[in-house]
Design a protein around this ligand. Structure first.
Ligand SMILES: [Zn+2]
Length: 122
């Protein structure tokens, strides 16, 4: 990844971070200010949950996401951004575009999800 790309992702991440902070500031009950899809990968929002529980959970999710963004920003500074934490391969531009905070390439992510599913079914 060259400097231009790094700068672009850095800007993207900083914008995302600001969005979350803004949303946390001025939305108590009205949505998050960022796309639900951003969360889908991590958490299945169970439809049976009460609104209250959902809100609490989403605030946790925001904290987690902020942490991930900070981590990604650190990686950019260290020149490690865009490299899969498990296999060391490039994560790939398309995936990073969609989820700049991701730690894993799509292959490792799918493996991980398979493992999680296996445990969930057990
Ligand atoms: Zn990988």
């Amino acid at each position: 990844m060259n400097k231009k790309e790094r700068d672009r992702f850095k800007k993207l991440l900083l914008e995302r971070k600001q969005q979350i902070i803004d949303a946390a500031d001025n939305t108590k009950d009205e949505g998050l200010g960022f796309e639900q899809e951003d969360l889908a990968d991590e958490v299945d929002l169970a439809s049976s949950e009460t609104g209250q529980a959902m809100n609490l959970r989403l605030r946790d999710r925001e904290r987690v996401l902020l942490k991930k963004i900070d981590k990604a920003l650190e990686k950019i500074e260290e020149g490690e951004f865009g490299v899969c934490e498990l296999c060391g391969e490039d994560i790939g531009g398309k995936r990073l575009e969609a989820r700049p905070v991701t730690d894993l390439c799509i292959r490792c992510k799918e493996d991980q999800e398979r493992v999680e599913k296996t445990y969930a079914d057990a």
